[in-house]
Design a protein around this ligand. Sequence first.
Ligand code: HEC
Ligand code: HEC
Ligand code: HEC
Ligand code: HEC
Ligand code: HEC
Ligand code: HEC
Length: 451
Amino acid sequence: MISWRKHYKQTLIAIGLLLSTSASIYGQDGDPKNGEKLFKANCTACHALDKQVIGPPLKGVVAKVQEEAGLGTDWLHKWIKDNKALRESGDKYANKIFEDYNKTEMQQFPNLSDQDIDDILAYTTNPPEPEPEKAAETPAATDAGGGAADKTTTNIVIISLLAIAGLLVWILIKLRQLVTLGQSEDLAGLNETRVRSFSEIYQKYHYVGKGILTVLAILATYGIWNWLMWIGVYKGYKPEQPIYFSHKIHAGENKIDCQLCHSSAKYGKVSEIPSMNVCMNCHRTISEYNGKYLEPGKDKAFYDGEIQKIYAATGWDAEKQQYTGKTQPVEWTRIHNMPDFVYFNHSQHVVAGEQAIISSFNKKNPNDKIDVVCKACHGKIDTMNVVQMANDFTMGWCIECHRTTEIDMNNGYNKEYFKNLHDKLKKQYPKDGGKITVDAIGGLECGKCHY
Ligand code: HEC
Ligand code: HEC
Ligand code: HEC
Ligand code: HEC
Ligand code: HEC
Ligand code: HEC
C-alpha cells in the first residue's frame, strides 16, 4: 500500500515535471541499465563508482552535489555536457571541484542527450548490486574500451553461430520433407524418379550425412571457442619463442642480473631484448646444460638442443671455435606492447622511481616482497620458464600506481629537479599528512603518457 502511494506520488511529480519541460531535474527518472552502458563507454577511463580514479567516485553523486552545494541535476547536465564552459561562466562549485582535483580537465560530452545523462545519473544513483567488486578483478573490465569491443565481437560470434545452427536445422527439415514427399502417394504430377532416387540416396546415406554435419559442427564450435579465448586476453599472454629461453634458469637458478641482458632499461624508453652477441658472452663456453634443475617434461638433451640454436643463429662453429659468417636472425615474439599513442619510459621507473616503487610495493605486499624493481610491474620473472604478462598494463593500472606511490624526494634526481617545488607540494597535499605521490608531480597529466 505504502509503496503504491509512493509510486503514485512519483508518477504525479514526473507528469508535472514533464509538463513543465524540465524532467531532467530528477536524475532518478533515467534508465540505469542504459546508463551503465553509457557510463562504461564514456566515463570509466576516469571514473569508477566507489573509488577515485582520475576523477571522483560517482556513486550517489546526485545526492552529493545536492548536499554540498544545493545544486540539482540541471547543474550536473551542464557540467557533464561542457564543464569548461560552466567553469568559465564563473560557476563557483565547478571551479571548486576543478581546483580540488588539481586542475585536471574532464572531457566534454556535447553529444550526450539529456536522456542519456539522466540514464547515467540513474545508474550512479542505483547501480546494480554485485557488479563493482568482481569487475575490478577481470582484466577485460579494467580496460573499458577493449572490454566493450570484445563484447560486441562476442555478440556477433554468438549471433552467427545461432544463424548457422538455424540453417542446419532448416536443411535437415527440408531433407525430411523431401523424403516424406518421396514416400507419399500423391506425388503423381511431380518428377517421380528424381525425387525417388534422391530419397533413396538419402535413406541409404543419411547416417554419413549426419555424421559429417556433426563433425563440422564440433570443429566449428572448437575453432570459435579457441578464437574467443584468444581475443582480448593480454594478462597471462605467453607466446612460444624461437629459442626456449628460460628466465627461471638464467635469472632464478643462476641469479643473472636482469640488467645484464636488458641493459637499456636504465637509459631510455625501451628495455630491449638482448642481441645474440650478449648470449654468446656466456654461451661461447656454455655449450651444454648441466644444471640440476629440469622443468617437468624437459631433459638435458632438450636444453642442449636449444643452446645449439644460439650457435646456428650466430654462425658459431663450436668445434673449430670460430664464426663461419653464416647467421640467421632470431625473431623473438614481443610480449609487452603498448599502443603507439602511449609514452612509457623505463628509466623514469627503473632509475628515478626505483626506491619509491620497491618500498611502496613491499609496504602493500608485506608477505611477498621484491628485491628488484622490475618485479613490481613484470611479476616474478625469475620463477617463470616462459615469460608471461603479470599485469594487465592498462591505463587504470598505471594511474593506480601513480596515485598510491609516494615518491622519493631525496633521491638525486628529484632533489635537483624539484628543489623549489618540494615545500609547495607539501602544502598542496596536506590531505595525506604531507605524502607526495606521483600524481603530485604530474603523473596523472594526460600529456605525460600520451603523445
Ligand atoms: C578524461 C577524464 C574524465 C572523463 C572521461 C570523465 N570525467 Fe568526470 N571528472 C573528471 C575529473 C578530473 C573531475 C574532477 C573535477 C575536475 O578536475 O574538473 C570530474 C568530475 C565529475 C563530476 C563532478 C563530481 C563531483 O563530485 O562533484 C561528475 C558528475 C562527472 N565528472 C561525471 C562524468 C561523467 C558522467 C562522465 C562520462 C560521461 C565523465 N565524468 C567522464 C574527469 C573525467
Ligand atoms: C640471460 C639474459 C636475460 C636475463 C638475465 C633476463 N632476461 Fe628477460 N629476456 C631475455 C630474452 C632473450 C627475452 C626474450 C625471450 C622471452 O620472452 O623469454 C626476454 C624477455 C623478457 C621480457 C618480455 C619482453 C617482451 O617481449 O615484452 C621481460 C618483461 C623480461 N625479459 C624481464 C626480465 C627481468 C625482470 C629479468 C630479471 C629478473 C630478466 N628479464 C632477466 C633475456 C634475459
Ligand atoms: C651471464 C651468462 C649467460 C648469458 C648472457 C646467457 N646465458 Fe644462457 N645459460 C647460462 C647458464 C649459466 C645456463 C645454465 C647452464 C647449466 O646450468 O649447465 C644457461 C642455459 C641456457 C639454455 C638452456 C636452458 C634454457 O634456458 O632453456 C638456453 C637455451 C640458453 N641458455 C639460451 C640463452 C640465450 C638465447 C641467451 C641470450 C639471449 C643466453 N642464454 C644468455 C648463462 C647465460
Ligand atoms: C613501472 C612499471 C615497470 C617497471 C618497474 C619495469 N617495466 Fe619493463 N615494461 C613495462 C611496460 C609498461 C612495458 C611495455 C612498454 C611498451 O610496450 O612500450 C615494458 C616492457 C618491457 C620489455 C619489453 C621490451 C620493451 O621495452 O618494450 C622488457 C624486456 C622489460 N620491460 C624489462 C624490464 C626490466 C629488465 C625491468 C627492470 C630493470 C623493467 N622492465 C621494469 C613496465 C615496467
Ligand atoms: C609500480 C608503480 C608504477 C606503475 C605501474 C607505473 N608507474 Fe609511472 N611512475 C612511477 C613512479 C614512482 C614515478 C616517479 C618517478 C620519480 O620519482 O620521478 C613515475 C613516473 C612516471 C612518469 C613521469 C612523470 C613526471 O611527471 O615526471 C611517466 C610519464 C610515467 N610514470 C608513465 C607511466 C605509464 C605510461 C605507466 C603504465 C604503462 C606507468 N607509468 C606505470 C610508478 C609507476
Ligand atoms: C600514467 C599514464 C597515463 C595517464 C596520466 C593517462 N593515460 Fe590514457 N592511457 C594510458 C595507457 C597505458 C593506455 C593504453 C591502455 C591499453 O592499451 O589498455 C591509455 C589509453 C587511453 C585511451 C584509449 C582508450 C582505451 O581505453 O584504450 C584514451 C582515450 C586515453 N588514454 C585518454 C587519456 C586522458 C584524456 C588522460 C588525461 C585525463 C589520460 N589518458 C591520462 C596511460 C595514461
